[in-house]
Design a protein around this ligand. Structure first.
Ligand SMILES: Cc1cc2nc3c(=O)[nH]c(=O)nc-3n(C[C@H](O)[C@H](O)[C@H](O)COP(=O)(O)OP(=O)(O)OC[C@H]3O[C@@H](n4cnc5c(N)ncnc54)[C@H](O)[C@@H]3O)c2cc1C
Length: 483
């Protein structure tokens, strides 16, 4: 019997465990033990039911276009539980000088594809609008190396688009900073469009045209996917579904792996002061934790893992009587550029994005703070965080009412930042791992930080171990749809 240890029970480690468990049930001579430091499964995926509302403390949805996220849920019979964001209400604002300005129609991420909304928006000054219009004449540049998103956007559209769009959007996704994230790692499509067309706007228009042709081919009844997908009972539903599949005696909660050792016979883990032997391990912790665990075995690997920067954030969930939110602007919420000098980085009107998450008489506001620009917010106590949030909500939304419920969630060093050099770093990590048979890594530090990417990384990590042991992966777990 091959024994596999999985370290970390976030969605990456859980996905890995499902592969080994299914292989075992299919007759494979293999078994897993999952070690998790905390007292629960799911890592940053935490859903709470409070005051008849569904509150997501961590991720609240995933990008629908990453279909392997939904595919994974479907393998647990959750197909009919997948819901889409209420895109009819999709309107997002950027705060500029304390005012909510809608992101203009036709803006694909930060690339304008419609003339009129770009001309009429109050989001940009005339100098920027002219630069945006002229961008269509850009020619493919020489090699700009592994530049940052900030540099790329600045070259094409100017500093204002970095400040008012690129930075807030990336802060919303990565808790990061446009001037610190690698284009090739986080927006590879942009790098490709620039190579092929010179102009990002031209590249995006071509992509739009192709998309329109495809949509036409699908016939009149075709309905495009919603931008975001989630689960009716929250993201934790997938964690609970996985937990039902996994034998409880293979799950070790409150079990921090303190060290990992390796010899010719396999791997030794120290947990609760005791050594345990395994044939293979999947390290599905954040990279900084993986660096500590693997440090004694391979200094280069440990240095590269430890070198992946992580950001920390705080989410605040507030439940209100819906009547006190009557004067809120319509839409999903807003993003706050750093130049506004506020602590709130982003806000979601959850009851608009996913209406059934709150009953008709209640509304949920979710606020994000922190990220690389404001790690200090984690040093504040809850009362101080709430005071700051209430003050800023008063100033930005004239929201005076007190919520029925307030919750503060802290996410210390949880979001990997793909800085310039990330792709080479991951290639070096993969080379080191290949030299250490029986080791696999999974998590958000490598090839995508979104929930679907983490699922894909967990599936791939476990599959590669099974393959090395000559055990065929069971159907439905080998293909993640992600190359
Ligand atoms: C606030 C927030 C909002 C987000 N929103 C979205 C979103 O809307 N959509 C989206 O797609 N993505 C979102 N993400 C990103 C996504 O949720 C994460 O990248 C993903 O869930 C990470 O999963 P993971 O399993 O790799 O890591 P984690 O969830 O961090 O799990 C790692 C686990 O390893 C355990 N561990 C660490 N060290 C040890 C050890 N030595 N021994 C045993 N256990 C250990 C930890 O306790 C933890 O449970 C968000 C992330 C955060 C923090």
């Amino acid at each position: 019997m091959k024994k596999i240890a999985i370290i970390g029970a976030g969605v990456s480690g859980l996905a890995a465990a499902t592969v080994v468990e299914r292989a075992n049930r299919a007759g494979g001579d293999v078994q897993f033990t999952l070690f998790e430091r905390s007292d629960r499964l799911g890592g940053v995926m935490v859903t709470e039911r409070i005051d008849d509302c569904l509150v997501e403390a961590g991720p609240d949805s995933f990008l629908s276009e990453k279909t392997y996220g939904a595919d994974f849920c479907k393998t647990f019979g959750l197909g009919d539980q997948i819901i889409g964001s209420n895109d009819d209400e999709r309107k997002t604002y950027i705060v500029v000088n304390n005012r909510m300005i809608p992101i203009p129609d036709g803006l694909m991420f930060m690339v304008p594809t419609k003339i009129l909304p770009t001309i009429t928006t109050r989001l940009f000054t005339w100098g920027t609008k002219i630069k945006m219009g002229l961008e269509i004449f850009s020619r493919p540049p020489g090699d700009n190396g592994d530049e940052t998103v900030g540099d790329l956007v600045r070259r094409h559209y100017g500093q204002e688009v970095v400040e008012r769009l690129a930075d807030p959007l990336l802060s919303g996704v990565y808790g990061g900073d446009a001037d610190n994230l690698s284009v090739r790692a986080v927006l590879p499509r942009f790098a490709e469009m620039e190579r092929n067309y010179g102009s990002l706007s031209r590249g995006m228009l071509v992509a739009r045209r192709k998309m329109a042709q495809m949509t036409k081919k699908m016939g009149p009844n075709y309905k495009p996917r919603p931008l975001f997908s989630s689960l009716k009972d929250g993201m934790q539903q997938v964690v609970d579904a996985v937990a039902e599949l996994l034998p409880p005696d293979r799950l070790r909660l409150n079990a921090e792996v303190k060290s990992v050792g390796r010899d010719a016979g396999g791997w030794t883990l120290t947990v609760d002061g005791q050594s345990q032997r395994f044939d293979g391990i999947v390290v599905a912790t954040p990279a900084h934790a993986a660096a500590r665990l693997l440090g004694s075995m391979n200094a280069t690997l440990s240095e590269d893992l430890g070198g992946v920067p992580y950001s920390s954030s705080v989410t605040v969930a507030l439940i209100y009587d819906r009547a006190s939110l009557a004067h809120m602007p319509p839409g999903f919420g807003f993003l706050v550029p750093k130049t506004e000098n506020r602590r709130i980085r982003a806000l979601t009107f959850v009851h608009n994005k996913f209406p059934h998450r709150a009953p008709a008489d209640k509304g949920i506001i979710r606020v994000f703070l922190g990220g690389t620009a404001d790690e200090g917010v984690l040093q504040l106590d809850d009362a101080e965080i709430l005071r700051t949030v209430y003050r800023e909500l008063r100033e930005l939304l004239k929201l005076e009412a007190k919520p029925r419920v307030e919750r503060v969630y802290r996410w210390n060093k949880s979001m990997a930042q793909y800085s310039p050099g990330h792709i080479e770093r991951v290639a070096r990590i993969k080379r080191c791992v290949a030299e250490m048979p029986g080791l696999s890594l999974a998590g958000n530090a490598y090839q995508g930080i979104g929930v679907p990417d983490c699922i894909a990384s967990g599936l791939a990590a476990a599959n590669s171990l099974l393959e090395a042991f000559g055990i065929h992966p069971p159907n439905g777990t080998a293909s993640t749809g992600k190359s």
